[in-house]
Design a protein around this ligand. Structure first.
Ligand code: EPU
Length: 302
């Protein structure tokens, strides 16, 4: 029996959905990428644990793709199982100023819900179209705040299916990085937010969102900032002074609004994007002496 037949035989709980040959372009903000062999929307912790056992038994690669907002998928797709967390894994429980949020929850939705509840700390997240799990792993941030700042603990699943709770320090949050990638999957986080005035929090959230849409592209398909900022500088500024805004390879173009965004303007392929990334790295290094490291995650590349 091959692994696809074995996967079909799993008796998943209600609402966990399995499909084969799903185009990942549909599930990434870049709108780029070939098919994943299997795509599972996982509704429960038990089903996720079942998939950890399957992953170990069949040695099939597994990728948790979140909302696909910070992801470049190769043109030949991903030979493995792509997982999106839904249902029980996207829960939101509020008790006073303590919030437990599932990794599958949307970051903008969390931001809006917290503003309506009168809890401050995630106003910056309205403009980051990712999942909570992705935001934890990447320590997503904007306007001087990072998601890890409000996290008191994180529950993760090992590839044995075992759940463990990590403290804030054990999660090892750094600039656009954490230690959470070492685990099979991030399940949920506990956030400690500050009680405040609903109107003031909502105004703050909307002001930050306005700032985002005034300084960053938001209509064209993109994966957010392509490069990490080098210490003390902005990758976008370095790309800008290197004269690369508007530079195009195939269907991929450096945004003319903010240099750190690559846009899929005209059916760009993943190769177009990677060629443009290499072009930017080369020219920024020649011009400024700084080599820009990419921030966007990759899937399906050798
Ligand atoms: N700048 C330019 N030209 C450009 C872009 C920026 O001159 O094309 C200048 C700006 O005028 C400003 C400075 O560079 O003086 C910094 O720009 P900005 O405020 O846009 O911040 P950034 O450092 O470029 C970071 C994050 C963004 C986040 C913004 C807002 C990274 C890699 N980028 O960008 O995060 O939204 O701050 O806080 O950390 C992301 O991580 O995906 C992302 C978009």
């Amino acid at each position: 029996m091959n692994w696809k037949d074995a996967l079909l035989k799993i008796d998943f709980q209600q609402n966990t959905r399995l499909r084969f040959g799903e185009p990942l372009a549909k599930h990434t903000h870049f709108g780029i990428g070939g098919e994943t062999t299997a795509y599972v929307e996982v509704n429960t912790i038990d089903d996720l644990a079942t998939l950890t056992h399957f992953h170990r038994e069949w040695k099939v690669p597994v990728a948790i793709i979140g909302k696909g907002s910070n992801l470049l998928v190769s043109d030949k797709g991903f030979n493995g199982i792509s997982i999106r967390l839904i249902g029980e894994l996207a829960n939101l429980d509020i008790e006073g100023n303590i919030v437990i949020v599932g990794a599958g929850q949307s970051l903008p939705r969390l931001s809006k819900m917290m503003s309506k509840t009168g809890l401050s700390g995630v106003e910056f997240a309205l403009g980051i179209p990712g999942s909570v799990g992705g935001a934890l792993i990447m320590n997503a941030g904007a306007w001087g705040s990072s998601f890890g700042d409000v996290v008191t603990d994180v529950t993760v699943m090992r590839d044995t299916g075992e759940l463990i709770k990590l403290t804030h320090d054990e999660a090892q949050f750094e600039y656009r990085h954490s230690g959470l990638e070492a685990y099979f999957c991030v399940i949920s986080a506990t956030l400690k937010l500050q009680p405040g005035d609903v109107d003031a929090i909502t105004t703050h959230m909307n002001t930050l969102f306005k700032q985002k849409i005034e300084t960053q592209p938001f209509v064209e398909e993109n994966a957010g900032c392509m490069f990490k900022n080098p210490p003390g500088d902005s990758a976008g500024r370095l790309i800008d002074i290197s004269g690369l805004k508007g530079h195009r390879i195939g269907g991929a173009e450096v945004s003319t609004v903010h240099g750190n965004f690559i846009l899929n303007l005209d059916n760009a392929t993943a190769n177009d994007v990677l060629d443009l990334v290499a072009y930017i790295q080369k020219h920024v290094q020649e011009k400024t002496g700084i080599f820009l490291q990419t921030e966007v995650k990759r899937l399906g590349f050798d």
